[in-house]
Design a binder for this molecule. Structure first.
Ligand SMILES: [Zn+2]
Ligand SMILES: [Zn+2]
Ligand SMILES: [Zn+2]
Length: 280
């Protein structure tokens, strides 16, 4: 049996965000059950006893435990990386000598992302000491993780200062999932969102901000994301289980809010840690 499980649904900085005194972050500081991990997808192949993570987040330690609890008979067999922003790869730090000290754990990334890791410490040292084994994984080339599980990186437009940015399509024997935590603009993508939603069973899509009003004092052109309202309108009516992920700490979709009701009325869900699907 192949499964996918959400191990976190927050934007790179998590919730509570460091240094933030907003009501939602303060509530999460006071009550750890309200804490939200950074977005991460676990994939499980029970038949061969292996698990994978898409992205290594700042919450890697806790998310590894969640994945082990979800599949106690399985072992982590690799990590696939979307891009070089802080929420998506810095958890690799836990694989080094000061920590887990893994032995040649496969890390799948595009040539540009691999070059970034090999150019910069402490990531270079992880490869040099053999904690990780980088697997060059260009866009659009399917990666056969097991006989019944294929994962394909798909390039998406994003602020690509240090690396390019991938979404991933995960294909099990019977069902498929599309995981896209970060994208600047659906219209600048060289794929069609409706076509993708028609072709997969589950889609986890960037819903970082509900409205521009959430980040006063920040120029949204410096941190572009499609607004959750835009993504919801594009996904409404799709024959696909669509859920918004990568939510910023400011996003009212975290709460039982009018905004959340607006999204769910249109048939779109909000991703949550523990959401789980069989892909076989
Ligand atoms: Zn991100
Ligand atoms: Zn906050
Ligand atoms: Zn990003």
């Amino acid at each position: 049996m192949i499964e996918a499980i959400v191990l976190g649904a927050a934007q790179d900085a998590g919730l509570p965000q460091a240094g933030c005194g907003c009501d939602r972050c303060r509530a999460a500081q006071a009550d750890p059950t309200r804490r939200q991990y950074v977005v991460c997808l676990g994939i499980i192949d029970h038949a061969i006893g292996s698990t994978w993570m898409i992205d290594a987040t700042p919450d890697f330690r806790e998310q590894l435990v969640l994945l082990q609890q979800a599949a106690p008979e399985c072992k982590l067999a690799g990590i696939l990386l979307t891009h070089a922003h802080m929420g998506h790869y810095t958890g690799l730090i836990h694989l080094g000598r000061e920590a887990w000290n893994t032995q040649r754990l496969p890390v799948y990334a595009t040539p540009r992302m691999c070059a970034f890791l090999m150019r910069n410490q402490p990531w270079q040292q992880l490869a040099k000491f053999g904690n990780i084994a980088l697997r060059l994984s260009p866009p659009n080339r399917p990666i056969a993780l097991s006989p019944s599980l294929t994962v394909t990186p798909i390039a998406v437009p994003h602020r690509d200062e240090w690396s390019d940015t991938m979404a991933f399509r995960v294909d099990g024997p019977a069902r498929s999932l599309f995981f896209c935590p970060d994208i600047d603009d659906w219209d600048r993508w060289d794929h069609s969102l409706p076509d993708m939603l028609a072709d997969v069973d589950v889609a986890l899509l960037d819903g970082a901000f509900f409205s521009q009003a959430e980040i006063p004092g920040r120029d949204i052109s410096e941190i572009p994301h499609p607004l959750a309202t835009d993504t919801t309108e594009r996904a409404a009516g799709a024959d696909c289980d669509v859920r918004l992920i990568h939510l910023n700490h400011t996003n009212p979709l975290w709460d039982d809010s009018m905004e959340r009701a607006w999204v769910t009325e249109r048939g779109v869900g909000v991703g949550a840690t523990g959401d789980r699907w069989q892909l076989s």
